[in-house]
Design a protein around this ligand. Sequence first.
Ligand code: FES
Length: 135
Amino acid sequence: MYSEKVMEHFANPRNVGEIPDANAVGQVGNAKCGDIMKMYMKIEDNVIKDVKFKTFGCGAAIATSSMATEMVKGKTVDEALTLTNKAVMEALDGLPKEKIHCSVLAEEAIQSAINDYRRRNGEDVPEDKEYTCEH
Ligand code: FES
């Protein structure tokens, strides 16, 4: 059911934890399944120097967040905003259809953290859109 890469990232997730002096913090969640994803970033000169996540979520959410954080580390915020859950899933050699929505949690947590960074820098960023998990 799960690819070797998904199982490997689930068993050894990268970038788990918090960044105490993060200057970008995002959180997305879903009331229905109870999954919550929190993303911390240390951004300098618009480059994501460090990123960590914590989740109260399923294995697919852990694996996709692990991969997604690896993919945005060292990137500019603009590059990170172009990361899609589809690209993360491809990097993990796919996810079962019924777990695709879990990968959206990682994508949206990254966006939420970057929005927080932009607000802190005085940019006029709209409120985060509501994450809706369809199950
Ligand atoms: Fe809802 Fe994985 S079960 S995010």
